[in-house]
Design a protein around this ligand. Structure first.
Ligand code: FAD
Length: 471
């Protein structure tokens, strides 16, 4: 597809649509919108212009203009993505929803919240909590990521074991289609099988099928009691073997089961500049349980704690108040930032396997790391089979890094597919994993994705160069 550059006439029209102050042309400011949290320069590209609309109508007008002028548009939330999904790889317009940051409604009778896409996930959680409810979406980036970005990525996170990923909390959305039409899919109905499930087609479509302008989110009663366990192990395999044991034991569904390997623990300790308990351990497992009865929560964490001790846990630290819980989660949540201190350039992978295959997946990753002499610290959402495996570049020169990285990724993906897994559990494909997807996904499914994309975006205007190549 050939796209046109953004010319002066287009800029003038954009200024008319969103107002002059909401059109960014300053090269330094544009550079900020030319990257997300992927650290490698290959996945950065400066937009020609950034626009900051404040309504679905303004976005519709921008999309109509972009179709007429054949200019690509890349939607952007907070830019915390880990797959270069919000990076305008082919230039054109970046459409930032940062000004669409209002909480529109909290409906106590139907247990719903209606929010604009530029509200941070943390603000959604806090608003729900203060009203006595739980919004159960909880990516580690919650303090900064936007809810629209969570919907576009079908973000997972720390509570997915019990409550599911973002799609489980999204019952409807207003969306601007690539052609500039505005429509509302779903809404506040808990059940709805009226036609295809378009809400969940949009959820996880990574900004390639529509721009989310309003989201209807499900609320739950706020669990009154929460406890976290931090369990160090002296052996990685023992630690990770505990995951299927916990998941299959006596009907307890923990809220979270997370893990960190020794490199990740050390990195967190260095980054936080504070001594962590048993920081020489080979691995940490972090388990959260919640519920409405204090006794039940206590029974659950005692059962799980005993299981851990019987299966090689060195000790069980129980955190049942906010300040000790925050200390535990700080260590787990700083994983990405902490690794950046060791190696500013890295490649974070997000593989997913059936939960009972995590031990083998980690064995494979360690084998590959040793074979190519690359450090690959691992941490992640063990309870849902999702491992973040991060290849550190350290002192390698550019060419060696590329060569080694490609070999490691290829071998790692093959191992994951052999275990019945997949490329990405929650960070998505974006631009970064597009080539790998073309190699590993069933061609029938790739063609389904291409057909859907072409049907909704005939000019391939919205977020081109992501997930699949269409032409
Ligand atoms: C430290 C750290 C921890 C993280 N932890 C987690 C985690 O636990 N779980 C997890 O799932 N992810 C995690 N992530 C990844 C990231 O935060 C999520 O993918 C998040 O959902 C991205 O939201 P965002 O607003 O930053 O989106 P962006 O990065 O701005 O965009 C992501 C994608 O969504 C599209 N998009 C954004 N807004 C819209 C919209 N309104 N309409 C349509 N498309 C849109 C973009 O085009 C792009 O394709 C983490 C990232 C970091 C840096």
């Amino acid at each position: 597809m050939r796209y046109n550059p953004v010319n002066g006439k287009i800029i003038d029209e954009l200024k008319t649509i969103v107002g002059e102050t909401n059109v960014v042309l300053d090269p330094e400011k544009l550079a900020v919108y030319g990257r997300d949290e992927v650290s490698e320069a290959d996945w950065q590209h400066r937009p020609e212009v950034v626009v900051k609309p404040e309504s679905a109508e303004q976005i519709a007008a921008i999309m109509k203009l972009a179709n007429r002028e054949m200019v690509p548009v890349t939607p952007r939330g907070a830019g915390t993505g880990l797959s270069a999904g919000a990076v305008p790889m082919l230039g054109g317009i970046v459409l930032s929803v940062e000004r669409m940051n209002k909480i529109l409604e909290l409906d106590r009778e139907n247990l719903f919240m209606v929010v604009e896409p530029g509200v941070t996930t943390g603000e959604v959680q806090k608003t729900a909590r203060e009203a006595g409810y739980l919004y159960a979406g909880d990516p580690c980036s919650a303090d900064s990521s936007f809810i629209g970005g969570n919907v576009a990525e079908n973000a997972g996170g720390n509570k997915a074991v019990k409550y599911g990923t973002t799609s489980r909390h999204v019952y409807g959305m207003e969306v601007v289609l690539p052609t500039g039409e505005i429509t509302t899919l779903g809404g506040k109905c808990v059940k709805d099988v009226t036609g295809y499930d378009l809400v969940h087609l949009m959820t996880g479509s990574e900004g390639t099928l529509g721009i989310v302008t309003k989201v209807f989110l499900k609320l739950l009663p706020l669990p009154q009691y929460v406890a976290d366990l931090l369990v160090p192990f002296d052996d990685m395999q023992k630690a990770i073997n505990i995951v299927p044991v916990i998941m299959t034991h006596g009907g307890i569904i923990p809220t979270s089961v997370e893990f960190m390997d020794s490199l990740s623990i050390k990195a967190a300790e260095m980054y936080l500049n504070q001594k962590l308990p048993y920081s020489d351990a080979a691995a940490y497992v972090i388990i959260e349980v919640d519920g409405s009865s204090e006794r039940q929560v206590e029974e659950d964490y005692e059962t799980i704690g005993n299981l851990c001790l019987k299966n090689g846990g060195l000790e069980v630290f129980v955190a049942d108040n906010k300040s000790t819980q925050d200390r535990i989660w700080k260590a787990r949540k700083c994983y990405a930032e902490a690794l950046r201190v060791i190696s500013p350039v890295y490649c974070m992978e997000d593989i997913v396997v059936p939960t009972n295959r995590i031990p083998q997946a980690l064995e494979e990753i360690n084998r590959i790391a040793a074979k190519y002499a690359v450090k690959i610290p691992c941490a992640g959402h063990a309870g849902d089979g999702n491992i973040h495996a991060t290849l550190l570049r350290e002192n390698r020169d550019e060419q060696t890094w590329h060569e080694v990285k490609e070999k490691v990724l290829d071998e790692m993906y093959r191992a994951v597919y052999a275990l019945g897994g997949n490329l990405s559990g929650e960070h998505g494909i974006g631009a970064k994993r597009k080539e790998a997807l073309a190699r590993f996904m069933d061609p029938v499914q790739l063609n389904m994705i291409r057909s859907i994309k072409k049907a909704l975006d005939p000019n391939l205007i919205l977020n081109p160069g992501k997930i699949v190549d269409v032409e």
